[in-house]
Design a protein around this ligand. Sequence first.
Ligand SMILES: Cc1cc2nc3c(=O)[nH]c(=O)nc-3n(C[C@H](O)[C@H](O)[C@H](O)COP(=O)(O)OP(=O)(O)OC[C@H]3O[C@@H](n4cnc5c(N)ncnc54)[C@H](O)[C@@H]3O)c2cc1C
Length: 386
Amino acid sequence: MSGEAKHVSVAIVGGGIAGVWLLRILSDLGINAWLFEAEGLGAGQTLASQGMIHGGLKYQLHAGRDGLGESLAHMPDFWRACLRGQGAVDLRGAETSSDHYYLFSPGGMANRLTAFLGSRMIVGRAEKCSRDYYPEALRHNDFSGSVYQLQDVVLNVPSILNALTSTCAHRCFRGSAKVDGVHNGQITSLFCNGEHITADCYVFCAGAGNDALIADSPLAYVKMQRRPLKQAIVTGDLPALYAHVASPLSGTKPRVTITSHESDAGTTWYLGGALAETGTTRSDPEQVSFTRSELVELFPWLSFDGCTFDTLDIDRAEPDQLSGGLPDSPFVEKVGNAIVCWPTKLTLAPLMADFALSHIKPLIAGNTSSTLPELEVAKIARMPFG
Ligand SMILES: Cc1cc2nc3c(=O)[nH]c(=O)nc-3n(C[C@H](O)[C@H](O)[C@H](O)COP(=O)(O)OP(=O)(O)OC[C@H]3O[C@@H](n4cnc5c(N)ncnc54)[C@H](O)[C@@H]3O)c2cc1C
C-alpha cells in the first residue's frame, strides 16, 4: 500500500443502496467519486430489505409534507421509468421480483381493511381485486377476506445493485473506512485498509456504520436511532406471494409483510411487518414457533409441514426521531466538507442522493485526475437468506 494520500473529488463511505445510487449519479455526471464498503455491496440493510418500492402520498400528506408526499407518490413510477431505461438512471438489466403487491385481510375483517387503507401506513392508490385476480396463495374456497392490489413494485435488489454499478464497479473498493483527521471543522482524510484518502467532500452512507463515522467528524451532534427487527424466513413448496396482511391485531401496521424469493430449495417467504417488530421480544425458537402459528392461522389451506424456518436479526438505522418511530423523509446533513445521509427507505435513495448532490456540487474543487487506491474491488454481497 502506498503511504501517499490519494485524492478524489468525492469519497463515499458505505455501499448500500444510498452509497451505490449516489456513486452512480456522480459517475453519470462525470464527477470523480470512490466508494468504500466494509463487507460487500448491499451487505447491510439493503439486501436484507423486502425490496418494496412504496408510493407515499397518504403517508407523507399525513406528516404535513405536501411537496415531499407528492414526490413519494411517484416513486413507483420513478423506479419503473429507470427500469425501462427512461428514468434518471438507466436500470435496464435490473429486474423486479414482482410488478404487483397486494394487501389482504383474513375473512370477516373487511371494515378493518377499509380503516387500514385510510391509515398512515398504507399509501397511494389501491384497487380492489376480483377473485380471478387473487394471488395464487389466496385462491382457495376457504379464503373469504378481501384483496387489494397496491401500486407498489418489488425489486430484485441484487440486480438493482448490479445495474447501478455496471458503469462504476471499478470505483467501489473493499475496506472499512474511518475518519483519519479533522482540522478547523473539515475532515482532512480517511483511512481505509492502509490507504490514506483525501477528498473535496466526504459522504457517509454507511447505514448503522454512520454512528461511528460521525462521532469522529464535525457531524458528531447528529444522532442515529436503530429500530431492531427479527425477520422470519420460511422455505419450502410455497406459492410466490407479495402481500401485506392487514389485521386489527397489529393496528395500522401490517400484521405480516411477505415477499418471495426462489432458490434451489424452493420458494422462500421473507416475513416482516409487525411479526418482525414484535419478534425482537422473542428468542429465535419462539419467533419460529410464533411465525408457524401465524401462517397456519392465516393460510389454513396451505401446508407448512415440509418447510424450514429461520430468523434474521437486522436493525433499521436512521436519524434519531424524538418519537422513536419511522422518519418521514430521507436525511442529509452537511457540516464543512462532511455529509451524512440516511435514505430511511430503499424507495427514497434517489431522493436522498439528489439532496446530497446539491450539497456536494459546491464543494468540488475540480476533477483532477487521480491514481486509484490499491484496494480490492468490492463485490455485491450474498443475500442474507434464501
Ligand atoms: C428488514 C428490512 C426490510 C426493509 N424493507 C424495505 C422495503 O421493502 N422498502 C424500502 O423502501 N425500504 C425497506 N427497508 C429500509 C431500507 O432497506 C434501508 O432504508 C436502506 O437499505 C438503507 O440503505 P443504506 O445504503 O443507507 O444502508 P445499508 O444498506 O445498511 O448500507 C450501509 C453499508 O455501509 C457499510 N459500512 C458500514 N460502516 C462502514 C465503514 N466504516 N466503512 C465502509 N463501509 C461501511 C455496510 O457494510 C453496509 O454495506 C427495510 C429495512 C430492513 C432492515
